[in-house]
Design a protein around this ligand. Structure first.
Ligand code: SF4
Ligand code: SF4
Length: 367
């Protein structure tokens, strides 16, 4: 085991500037699956096999060590499993916000635990005074479709209750963005545009549809989708329905423009099986699993090492020659996929795409 590479320690020098992340030597986007436990068993869960394997979640002291070994994190996603099943979730958020000066924190939940969601949001906003928090609640269709896909009667009603509580709580103010997110699949393909309109018109909440992913989900029929229909759906929702609703989000015009370019990348990957840019997985972002594995991304099952074996330093793992080789391989093979999160990262870190982003900003419908 080598010595930990030095993190970009910027916190002690005051708040990190909003664009410092662009010149960071280390990954600035962390997706952390805080637990594998889940109270649902969704038919489209790409993580169902991993979540059912034995393993122990990192403890709070272990998480503290991981965080202490990292520098600035611009964007942190806390997901699972169901992250609200961890009672120490606000402490986890607080550790990263304090040590790593997180600017944007994204929490992904199935929405079952409305009261806990409200309390966690309140605690995070209190303990992380500089962070912008966005909460994405999963909603995959109207009530019957959602409950069926989620294999959980009552889950639609609970998700809506969570959204209402978060959206309707005036104490949360503009530091909280609430969104509903769905997984586009064979069963709900025709429902999502109407669902997005419902959220916009009746609740003032944006809706995001991501394509079902993984090669093994509990119901394999759900993978059978029409690519062109998906792209039309994303266009209609993303650039027709949502654009007027993201006013709380920092740099919202840039965000909408980046998403336009992301849709172009997804189109190229899905229809032409082609990469538009080299993927920055591992270099600018990575995934930490609940039991401490460092993954290149959520799609490839590439485990680069476990923090428990490497002094709790993700950077030490990412610096191993095996990791460097894995990162080179994804560039050499022109790896491509439709996973929005890392494609957004790829746009942000690809100056060759900035003219496209600028053009999208100029011509975007900002009514
Ligand atoms: S709620 Fe999320 S983690 Fe849990 S089964 Fe459903 S998709 Fe998987
Ligand atoms: S293109 Fe997609 S699958 Fe390939 S490394 Fe990047 S995020 Fe992973």
């Amino acid at each position: 085991m080598g010595q930990d590479p030095k993190p970009d320690r910027q916190k002690g020098e005051g708040m990190t500037g909003p664009f410092n992340f662009l010149i960071s030597r280390h990954p600035v986007y962390l997706i952390y699956w805080v637990t594998r436990a889940c109270n649902f068993s969704c038919s489209h869960c790409f993580n169902h096999q991993r979540n059912n394997r034995p393993g122990t979640d990192l403890t709070l002291p272990e998480i503290r060590r991981v965080s202490a070994n990292m520098g600035h994190i611009k964007y942190l996603t806390l997901a699972g499993g169901e992250p609200l099943l961890r009672e120490d979730l606000p402490d986890i958020a607080s550790i990263f916000c304090t040590n790593n000066d997180v600017h944007m924190l994204n929490l992904v939940t199935n929405g079952w635990y409305s009261e806990a969601a409200e309390k966690v949001v309140s605690d995070i906003l209190k303990h992380c005074p500089d962070v912008h928090l966005s909460v994405g609640v999963s909603v995959d269709g109207p009530e019957q479709v959602h409950d069926r896909l989620r294999s959980k009667p009552g889950s639609y009603a609970r998700a809506m209750e969570t959204l209402r509580r978060l959206k309707g709580n005036p104490q949360f103010g503009k530091r909280l963005t609430v969104a509903a997110c769905g997984t586009y699949n064979h069963d709900n393909a025709d429902c999502l545009v109407d669902l997005a309109r419902h959220f916009q018109e009746n609740m003032g909440i944006p809706y995001y549809a991501g394509l079902i992913r993984g090669t093994s989900v509990p119901d394999m029929n759900l993978l059978d989708i029409d690519s062109h229909h998906f792209l039309r759906t994303v266009d209609t929702i993303g650039f027709g329905i949502n654009t007027r609703l993201v006013s709380e989000y920092p740099f919202k015009h840039a965000r909408v423009a980046v998403d336009r370019v992301v849709t172009h990348i997804i189109r190229e990957s899905l229809v032409r099986k082609k990469a538009v840019v080299s993927c920055k997985a591992g270099k600018k972002g990575f995934v930490l699993t609940s039991d401490g594995n460092v993954l290149l991304c959520e799609i490839l099952n590439t485990v680069l090492g476990n923090v428990r074996d490497h002094g709790y330093s993700p950077y030490a793992i990412l610096d191993r020659s095996i990791s460097r080789k894995a990162m080179e391989d994804i560039v050499k093979t022109r790896c491509h996929c439709t996973w929005e999160c890392f494609q957004r990262l790829n746009v942000v870190f690809s100056p060759s795409l900035y003219p496209k982003v600028l053009k999208a900003m100029i011509f975007a419908d900002q009514r």
